[in-house]
Design a binder for this molecule. Structure first.
Ligand code: IPM
Ligand code: MN
Length: 364
């Protein structure tokens, strides 16, 4: 039986709690014997202690591992001299260093979760925000200019190569899905501001070129500002939305808010060789250490890690385990006692995790 090395970075704030929850769940799956967890330090706490937010050994450990699992990193008060946050250096440099260009953020209203959008039930909202993850406005991280206390400039970078590969990924994802919940159509929406900036007009031009290769999938466009309105007013129309890095950061939070909040929002950051799995939320330091954080986003990210490994290694056992974890999460949330505070319940992090593990056990 093949075994997989999982690099684990717990991080700061609620990071260790939600990451610990996901590992406990993975250890309760039938594939636990195939998973080897190796912990590495990174983040704001590590920066405070050592002056280094992302040690070289952590980078190398992540590079050589079969997958990377993360809690969350960063503390607002721990900053570099330029004023930016030190702890988030881990996730950001990992994206660039391992070329994790595709940030896949599934937005799905799950049974037991009440949407803030009126009248939406499970099944009505089910789309992917596909965020370009290595260029756009984030490409300037650490490389912008801040001049004499008078001005600062960061550059927005859009390349042909970067756009082609993310758009192709969007169409491939759409091909593998069942279409938008509203009308069952497979559809990829290009979210940009092509009306205003050359970078986005270029992004849209490349989108059109790639879309020509996928005549079976509907192409669609939305300006980023209008996109936020559509996501609130008619979310059932969406299937896959592809967008620039910064827009993807913003609209994926809004999208998460429509399906139960950031605690229900998994993500997978994928390159051609490496995969990095964490919930889309941050380290939430104000609720850290209180056993009240919602662990489901990280647990669902761990399920998508199993899925990604299954696909890469043609390992059906892992695929089965991924589905089992997802079903166990749904079973845990279906009961009111399994819902954490953010979902309107009172379950602790540990209680929610225990319920997922119990559901896994019951299914075996
Ligand atoms: C995310 C987060 C990160 C980002 C932060 C923590 C650097 O908000 O993954 O969406 O801005 O990309
Ligand atoms: Mn974000």
């Amino acid at each position: 039986m093949r075994s997989y090395e999982i690099a684990v970075v717990q991080g700061d704030g609620i990071g260790p709690e939600v990451c610990g929850a996901a590992i406990e769940v993975l250890k309760a799956t039938p594939v636990s014997n195939c998973l080897r967890f190796v912990e590495y330090p990174a983040g704001a706490g590590h920066y405070r202690a050592t002056g280094d937010a992302f040690p070289r050994e952590t980078m190398e450990g992540c590079r050589k591992a079969d997958a990377i699992l993360h809690g969350a990193a960063g503390l607002p008060e721990v900053t570099f001299p330029d004023g930016t946050e030190a702890g988030i250096d881990f996730g950001l440099r990992l994206r660039f260093g391992l070329d994790l260009y595709a940030n896949v953020r599934p937005i799905k209203l799950r049974p037991g979760v009440t949407s803030v959008l009126h009248g939406r039930k499970p099944g009505d909202i089910d789309y992917i925000v596909l965020r370009e993850n290595t260029e756009g406005l984030y490409a300037a991280r650490g490389a912008g200019v801040s001049l004499r206390g008078e001005m600062a400039v960061d550059s927005l970078v859009v390349t042909r190569k970067g756009t082609e590969r993310i758009v192709r990924k969007a169409f491939e994802l759409a091909r593998a899905r069942n279409g938008a919940p509203g009308d069952g159509k497979r559809r990829v929406t290009c979210c940009d501001k092509a009306n205003v900036l050359r970078t986005y007009a270029f992004f849209r031009r490349v989108f059109d070129e790639v879309a020509d290769e996928y005549p079976d999938i509907e192409r669609d466009y939305a300006y980023a500002d209008a996109m936020t309105v559509h996501m609130v007013e008619r979310p059932e129309r969406y299937d896959v939305i592809v967008t620039e890095n910064m827009f993807g950061d913003i609209i994926s939070d809004l999208a998460a808010a429509t399906v139960g909040g950031m605690g229900m929002s998994p993500s997978a950051e994928l390159g051609d060789r490496n995969g990095f799995f964490q919930a889309a939320h941050g380290s939430a330091p104000t609720i850290a250490g209180k056993d009240i954080a919602n662990p489901y986003g990280t647990i669902l990210s761990a399920a998508s890690m199993l899925d990604w490994l299954a696909e890469r290694h043609a390992d059906e056992g892992l695929r089965g385990a991924a589905r089992a974890v997802e079903r166990a999460v749904d079973a845990a949330i279906a009961a009111e006692a399994g819902r954490t505070r953010d979902l309107g319940g009172s379950a602790s992090t540990r209680e929610a995790t225990r319920r997922v593990i119990d559901a896994l056990g019951a299914a075996q």
